[in-house]
Ligand binder design. Structure first.
Ligand code: BTN
Length: 297
């Protein structure tokens, strides 16, 4: 897997122990200085406040160039999947969206690309994270005597919202939005989310420069997207499979009107979750929310 930024590079960049850092603001120059992409992020907007970076790029999709990125210090109407809100206090986290015009990569694979890219960057920085299918970036639950599996999905620190529409000839106009909690402390989370959420700072006991993280995630996304376009989505699915904490667990999945239960056995080449029901039948799931997981004894 291509890695454009090594952990050593990050080690030489500004970060500071918890409690001593001044917030470093988002800066176009700082992000561009660390970008090694050809398309993604070369047009870059830093927004002090916006409703949602996904909605913003949706409004300007026609004139804007492919690869345009909008990153925000604050979203007033940040959106998650299933009509949920994405809540983040100003100036602490990473929230950005990428406009992809005429993308040949299907939306479920773009979602996996966003989740894998963010998870790989956070892992390089020493945070034990993986993905909860299809779009959550979660901490790896520590080994416990109650649970024989160390691959359990734990607290959430990020998510991906991919919104797309067909533009013909099998191509998509897609907006890939990513939110990752970076410099949030437990007291920053609303009470109802506090025991289900974490941040990069929470996992590493460091505050981080968000500009470097945005550049590193964009670099990784472009590398993965080219891989998907040149080769096939299989390489992306393979990378996702390696860090997918949902696999091998008994789960319940909820869609709009349906609910299914079984063991998450694998991802198929289209990025769908293969669920084995109690009668042994395998159902490929394209979307859904995993509501409960436990290890399979
Ligand atoms: C989820 O976990 O349900 C997805 C969360 C996605 C949040 C990001 S933040 C940047 C972009 N703008 C939005 O309104 N949402 C995405």
């Amino acid at each position: 897997m291509n890695s454009n930024h090594s952990p050593e590079e990050f080690d030489s960049k500004p970060r500071s122990p918890l409690g001593q850092a001044e917030g470093i603001p988002l800066s176009k120059d700082a992000i561009l200085a660390h970008l090694v992409t050809e398309r993604i992020g070369r047009r870059l907007q830093i927004l002090e406040e916006i409703d949602s970076t996904n909605s913003h790029l949706g409004r300007m999709a026609e004139p804007a160039e492919d690869g345009t990125v909008a990153a925000a210090e604050h979203q007033t109407l940040g959106r998650g999947r299933h009509g949920r809100q994405w809540i983040s206090p100003p100036g602490r986290n990473v929230m950005f969206s990428i406009l992809l015009k005429e993308s040949s990569t299907p939306a479920p694979i773009l979602t996996l690309i966003g989740a894998v890219a963010a998870a790989q960057v956070l892992s390089d920085l020493g945070a034990p994270v993986g993905i909860k299918w299809p779009n959550d970036i979660v901490a790896v639950e520590p080994l416990s005597t109650q649970d024989s599996s160390w691959r359990a999905p734990g607290r959430k620190l990020g998510g991906v919202l991919c919104e797309s529409r067909s533009c013909g000839r099998g191509r998509l106009l897609a907006i890939l939005g990513i939110g990752v909690n970076i410099n949030m402390l437990p007291s920053d989370f609303p009470e109802d989310l506090r025991d289900r959420s974490t941040s990069l700072a929470g996992l590493t006991a460091m505050f981080w420069d968000r500009n470097l993280l945005i550049a590193a995630i964009l670099n990784r996304i472009e590398a993965l997207e080219s891989l998907a376009a040149d080769d096939s989505p299989v390489a992306i699915v393979e990378a996702a499979r390696r860090i997918c904490l949902t696999l091998g667990r008994r789960i319940r999945v909820r869609g709009g009107e349906w609910e299914a239960e079984g063991v998450a056995v694998d991802l198929d080449p289209l990025g769908r979750l293969l669920l084995r029901g109690d009668a042994g039948e395998i159902t490929p799931l394209e979307l859904g929310e995993v509501t409960q997981t436990r290890s399979v004894e």
